[in-house]
Every structure is written in C-alpha cells, then in structure tokens.
Design a protein around this ligand. Sequence first.
Ligand SMILES: [Zn+2]
Length: 473
Amino acid sequence: MQMTFHGAAQQVTGSCFLVEAGSCRFLIDCGMVQGGREARDRNYLPFAFDPRHIDFVLLTHAHIDHCGLLPRLVAQGFAGPVYATGATADLLEVLLKDSAHIQEMEFERSEKRAGKGKAAGRGRHAPVRPPLYTLRDVDRCLARVRPADYGQEFMPHAGVRARFRDAGHILGSAIAEIWVTDAGGATRKIVASGDLGQPGRPILRDPEPIDEADVLLIESTYGDRLHKDMPSTLDELVAVVQGTLARGNVVIPAFAVGRTQEMLYHFLQLSAQERLGPLDIFVDSPMAVAATEITLRHFEMFDDEARQLFAQARQLQQKLRIHFVSDVQDSMRLNRVGAGAVIISASGMCDAGRVMHHLHNNLGRRECAVVIAGFQAQGTLGRRLVDGERHVRLLGDDIEVRASVHTLGGFSAHADQKALLGWAGAFKRAPARTFVVHGEAAASQALAAALRQQSGWQAAEVVVPREGESFAL
Ligand SMILES: [Zn+2]
C-alpha cells in the first residue's frame, strides 16, 4: 500500500491524499489551494495522478479546501463515486455552485476591465484565469455523490470498507475510518481525522474518539497553539460590539458554512443572557443564507444545548433582528449604513465575495471594527489584517486600515494542541505510523513533537510529510 500527500502537507489548504492498494486507488478529499495568487494558481496545475484511474473519493467535509477541486476531477475523467455524509452532500451543492459562480463572475469582470483598458490605450490589467470549472461540471460532480451516515459501514471497492465518524468541526464533518485488505488477506486500518473540532463548541457534538489505527492522518491547523477559552472570547465580542455600534459597524468575515451559523448562535445566546442590547445583524452571503437553512434542516445533529437555544429563538426576535441578505440590491443598500450594524459576510478569509465590499466601506473608518473569528491562510487579506498591516489593497484601491481589528481566537472550528493530543490519546495504542498534515510547517512540527512525547508513542513513527511525498505502508 502506498500513500501520497498531494496537498495540505506543511500547509493548511488543498487537502488531497492518494491511497494506492493493489489495483485500487482512492482519494481522501480533493480540495482547493487557497491563499495569494501564487497559491491559487496551483489549482490550475494538472493533477499529479490520472483522475480516470481513481476508483472513489472519500470526502471528509464541505469546506472548499477539502472539496473545491472535485468538479475539476470529474471534468478530467474521474467517474467513480464520492462518499460523504448526508449533511456534507447538502452543503456541497451550495458550496460548489457558489465557487463556480464566483469564478465565472471574477473572470467576466476581468475580461471587461481588460477590454476597457485596451480601449483607453492602457496596458492590460493582471488577467484573471478562466474558471477552474463551470456550473455544468459542478452538476456532473454532484451526480457522483453517495451519502453515508455517521457510523454506517460501506464498501466503496472490493477489499475496502469505510465508515464516517463525527469530527465535530462543521455540520456533517467526518473522520474517515478505512480498512484495506490486501491480496494476502491482511487488513490494515487507516484513520483520516479530517478537520477536528474543538470539544465543547456550540451546536456541534464533540469529535468522536477513535481507538484503533495502523496509519493515522491527523490535522494540525493549530498544532502549536492553545485557544483562548470561550467565556473570555465572548467577553471580548461583547466589548467590541458595545463599543462600536453607536458610531460604526462591526464587520465579521465568516465562512458561510459553519462559522456564520456559530456566530448567530453566540449572538442568540448573548441576547438570551441579556448581555447585549437590541441588535441588527445582517448575514450578507447567499451561500451563508443557504447553509443556515441546511443547518436548521439537520436539527437532529445539534447538541442538546443548541436545540434548547433554537427552541427559544422566536422569543428573542424583538431583541435580535437577524436579516438574511441574498439579493444584490439589498447587499448594496448595506453600503449606506454608517452605524449600528453587525455584518457577517463571506468569504471567511476576506479574499472573495461580498465581505470585500463591506471591508472596503468600513476598514478606513476609525469608528468601525473588524472581528476576525476564523483561520486566515498566508497570502490572504484576512491574514494581512491579523498581522496588523496598516495599508491594504482592496478592490483596486489602497485603503488605510483605521478600523480596529480584533482577532478572537476562541471561536476556532479547529481543535487546539491540547484537544488534538486529547483526541490522539484515545487510541488504545499508538498507530504504527502517524502523518501530521493540514498545518503550516511550524504547527505540524510542533504537534509531531508533542505526539512523540505522549506516553506509548515513543516508538511510533510520526512524520510531517512534504507536498508530493509518497510512503510505502
Ligand atoms: Zn474545514
């Protein structure tokens, strides 16, 4: 058996792991690389394997850095099934359609700009690449999705059994357990953590402990950090909101899937606890609106606390006015709101989507605040804001950052080092081989070092693979 790391190796985005066992080849995730232009250009490179020879894909969850290249895989000849949980399948449709749509819009806009530049005798604008895939490719990809519930075993191929377990990261997110039997009849078990949630998070259940693996792939987004606790994070959020709304707006860039719904949950909770006065929240992202609907449809997946809170949501309507904005005109109207609005908008890393307009409007104003509530990959505008850059380029303009920028780490959808070690500690014995993936190099190395120190793990092999590296298992 051989495993090759085609993405999310010493970086966070672009998850794509190839397993080859006998005549069977499959992928765990097929995600998009995110970040600056150079990073994004990598999505256009040919796959390092022949998509026609991949038998199936196991998809851990519906974040674009895990599923964003699936339509391209299908367009280039992949004809097998994509297994995912039902909630992931629902979210996937919204997410991939949005991804194709954004790419098409950006391309059209850039073509127009290039045309205008030419007419005015100016040089060409930096061209935007054509879309990675079209809506038609997305439809063909969605037709390949086969839902599998948590805990339900399925056989994607002769000699391969698999099962999804709850990863507690976003709605539908899964850990994949995979049993591979070779020609000699020997079975080995691979566990891919996917992205693991922080235990005790709202709405979602905690990541399920797994007690056995021969080969483990574990994420390490925050492998070198501990999150602030939730109470102090919420205190900070309350202080920012109360200190800002009288004269300015609060902009919260948030992933449409996951973070947006959690922020709404926190606002509901703070409102129920009377820690916030009456408030107008605008959820400005068509995808976030759709994802919120899907989330509410999967009520059965919520933890008990969330069910109780949502049950009383109606009574809170007077105090917490949540406006879901799908329409472009309504979104534009928000540009004229100078104060009193909490605007939750995507993309979460501030590199696309409507949040760009809200940042354009509010970043230059001292009265406004930006709350960074999620991971910001290197090369994104969000990362530059976190790093305290005072001048940023946004929608073709240079903007001086006068708004206050608050990075609230406690909201993270990813387990911190302690939680990752806790989850890994549930294995009855250390997996013979562990690959630390899905983290920037320093974070992955730190988690690998910490794992090697765990009792019982001293003799185990813990590796931080490089991009493109293969291992015989
Ligand atoms: Zn994720």
